[in-house]
Ligand binder design. Structure first.
Ligand code: GLU
Length: 495
């Protein structure tokens, strides 16, 4: 087997969406698994839509996920001459012909729309032979030389069956009579998708084409082109589509930022967690295995275990906390818990900086405290952004109070005396530890004949503005004596 060379070939749409990222990842995993090369090719021949900014969003997403290519990015637009030359060769060999039908001139819809329309039209009417298919080569050349605009079409055999084996979807068949003579070059000289993709894949010596299932039907046309160009046909693997809730196509216009990979970066995902989650969108190693490091993914990955049915990616952009797939958030939380602290802390500090909560002493004299606090908080957080939002009370005195928590935990009138008394007792402790703080609180509760829980819940809300969080004495230790005492005193205003 020739050494594996695969490619991810996105169109530059300005952002890398979750589906594209999954395709990139499966190519990357396959290349790693087989000691092959992963190539990034930007399919930027749609000139109206291509710009540096459109490309940058894709590169940023790929880079953040840690899927940097071994070759590339290469730009399809730099190979237009090769595409034209290949079409010319097919003309010279009688495998393609000039089509002088004028209407192609004004047709400015996108290539994809055209393909869909044509497929629909074919399904209804069957294939009609193109009148220019068999005009003598000499005559056609003379017309082209005289300046008459002409598209170039491939001559598809009029009978027989096209066959190829897909590594995911199995054997594929289509009658040649169902395949139109595809346009290779538009009459304005612009090479079209099927030609460009095949010529590039040949030139880049691609051994395995791994891409979205939406390209499965194009593949028959591409196989014909490989054959016409006398090239070895690569193996194909099409990946099940990823749908938005309601089985809709993922789209940024419709679904917002939540489908874009950089949103995951900006909202506090760890790249390893998103990679792990994406790997399981349409693939499973069998068994219950879910959390897998990159190395485990590489080791276990195989195209044979890719599902045929579409995966659904659940998200709810309008929910501030549960904005993305619950499994993705859960998985990210697991990575936050298990990532070594010396790797996690710098990621957390990035989010604190962004929120204006960072202090240089956190990496100097307060670094031990900082590490301990991150370690305490991470048990309950699902994103790095949680450290700056839910974790805010640990890094600043200026934090919001949840009105529901105040209502629930600070409504008892007795707290007006109890909280300042608790504050004074904690202030007088010579050593402020989990144990000494707990003993002080419990003895106050005993003396007053009240449940310790009343004080514990009240103190949690007084100290953090929240009703949930780490153990209350751990909170006190994290806030340390002075801040604990001050906040307990200050809370009287909330009562
Ligand atoms: N540029 C195509 C797309 O973005 C992919 C082509 C391919 O992978 O063959 O859908």
């Amino acid at each position: 087997m020739a050494s594996v060379r695969v490619r991810f070939a996105p169109s530059p749409t300005g952002y890398l969406h979750v589906g594209g990222a999954r395709t990139a990842l499966f190519n990357w995993l396959y290349a790693r698994k087989h000691g092959g090369v992963f190539i990034l090719r930007i399919e930027d021949t749609d000139l109206q839509r291509s710009s540096d900014a459109m490309v940058q969003g894709i590169l940023d997403g790929i880079h953040w996920l840690g899927l940097d290519p071994g070759e590339g990015p290469l730009f399809q637009s730099s190979f237009l001459e090769e595409h034209r030359a290949a079409a010319q060769r097919l003309i010279d060999e009688g495998k393609a012909y000039y089509d002088f039908t004028p209407k192609l001139e004004t047709d400015d819809r996108t290539v994809k729309e055209k393909m869909v329309d044509r497929l629909k039209a074919q399904a209804q009417t069957g294939k009609e032979p193109n009148p220019y298919r068999d005009i003598p080569a000499e005559e056609a050349r003379a017309r082209v030389e005289s300046g008459e605009p002409a598209a170039i079409r491939l001559k598809v055999p009029s009978s027989g069956v096209s066959r190829f084996e897909d590594m995911v979807y199995g054997p594929q068949e289509r009658d040649y009579s169902d395949i139109e003579d595809l346009v290779l070059i538009r009459s304005d000289g612009h090479p079209l998708y099927n030609l460009s993709v095949v010529v590039d894949d040949i030139q880049m010596r691609i051994t395995d084409v791994i891409r979205g299932q939406d390209h499965l039907t194009n593949t028959h046309k591409q196989v014909l082109l490989y054959q016409a160009l006398g090239a070895r046909v690569p193996r194909f693997a099409h990946l099940p589509l990823i749908f938005a809730p309601g089985r809709e196509k993922l789209s940024k216009r419709k679904h917002g930022e939540v489908v874009s990979v950089t949103t995951y970066r900006d909202r506090g995902f760890l790249p390893d967690a998103l990679v792990n989650f994406l790997a399981l969108l349409g693939w499973s190693p069998g068994g219950d295995l879910e959390i897998m490091s990159r190395n485990e993914l590489i080791e276990k990955f195989s195209l044979e275990q890719v599902n045929k049915s579409a995966a659904v990616f659940n998200f709810n952009e309008s929910d501030a906390r549960d904005w993305t797939d619950p499994k993705a958030l859960w998985m990210n939380g697991e990575y936050i818990k298990s990532t070594p602290l010396d790797q996690l802390s710098p990621m957390v500090s990035g989010f604190l900086k962004e929120a204006g909560l960072w202090r240089p002493e956190y990496e100097a004299e307060r670094s031990e405290w900082f590490g301990r606090t991150v370690d305490l908080l991470r048990a309950r957080y699902r994103t790095l952004a949680d450290f700056a939002e839910l974790g805010r009370p640990y890094f600043t005195d200026d934090f919001p109070c949840d009105p529901a928590a105040v209502k629930k935990n600070l409504k008892d009138d007795r707290l007006k005396q109890l909280l300042p008394e608790l504050a004074s007792r904690l202030e007088s402790l010579a050593e402020f530890t989990h144990e000494s703080a707990e003993a002080a609180l419990r003895s106050l509760a005993d003396e007053q004949g009240i449940k310790a829980g009343l004080l514990i819940n009240a103190a949690r809300t007084a100290l953090t503005g929240q009703s949930v969080g780490p153990g209350m004495f751990e909170i006190m230790v994290a806030l340390e004596q002075t801040r604990t005492v001050d906040r307990l005193r200050r809370a009287v205003h909330l009562l």
